[in-house]
Ligand binder design. Sequence first.
Ligand code: TRP
Length: 341
Amino acid sequence: MTNILTGLQATGTLHIGNYFGSIKQLVQKSNTLRPEDNLYLFVPDLHSLTADIDHAKFYDAVLDNIRIYLASGLDTTKPNICTFRQSRVPAHTQMQWFLSCYSYFGQISKMTQFKDKSSDNNQNINVGLFTYPILMAGDIFLYDAEYVPVGYDQTQHLELARDLAIRFNNKFDQPVLTVPKSTKDQNIYFGMDKPLNILSLTNPLNKMSKSSTDLSSKILLTDSPQIATKKIMSATTDSLELINWDWDNQPGITNLLQILSLVTDTPTAQIIDKWRGQTRYGDLKKEVAFSIGQFLTEFQIKYKAVTDEVILQAVAKGEVIANLQAEIVLTRVKKVLGLIK
Ligand code: TRP
């Protein structure tokens, strides 16, 4: 039995890199899941409270996260696919408290995401932001998850979870918590040992980033084809005037070729064959813009077709299963702590 779990945050900012780099892989995995495996996909809405969010829009925004996956082909009617909202499973906050008492302040203080987020220009440095990696570790343990697909920015938190589980098990001299696999094993399992490299359109020395405030650097899943076209047509390239697949010397052009391969679902070799040696960057950009426009139109039709009712049905089922599963692990923990017999 293999359990996979992941948390999906912040829909409004998801871009094509997130889609092709993680959402699509996960949905593919979900379609080939063995009956004995389980996939838990949840919205970490408690985590979102650490940020300055728009509370009036929050309820719907949480459901929109799930809408993205349903639009991408996730079949939540399967018995082993479970979608839920974190706040609907009280075990998460209880687990966090238990784990906090076995987490060292020094170790938690080393988390680079907290250091970044609490740097000078951020006003809202709340305690939740600091302890959130512990909440995240609990998310993973409650579902005995071994595989936890996360972006590069979360690997330190995943390593922390491994560390906490191992230490907790050693302390109580029994396998209470399931230790998640190492990042390396995770990547192999998801076929991401060579991670997808989608670069910023304005500065192809950086990755396309969810948190970047430069909107022309990325194509959002919610962009209209017109906006996407503008972004592609003004993408930064180079002055070599020769199309080549060359990440080192022509990252901008290579990035465009890769995007074309992804949105048209065509092998890169075929794309390279067609474009290598050509000189007109404008022609390439036009084709990329057109193909992205098609991809976005199709995606957005599917996105709009997912009704609230379908989402609420999916989470209603998922939240029953999630609570049952989480209670099992929480009980295991309470027992070794001596809170229950
Ligand atoms: N922290 C993750 C992020 O910012 C989201 C998350 C919360 C998560 N809990 C998790 C991911 C548990 C995987 C497993 O993207």
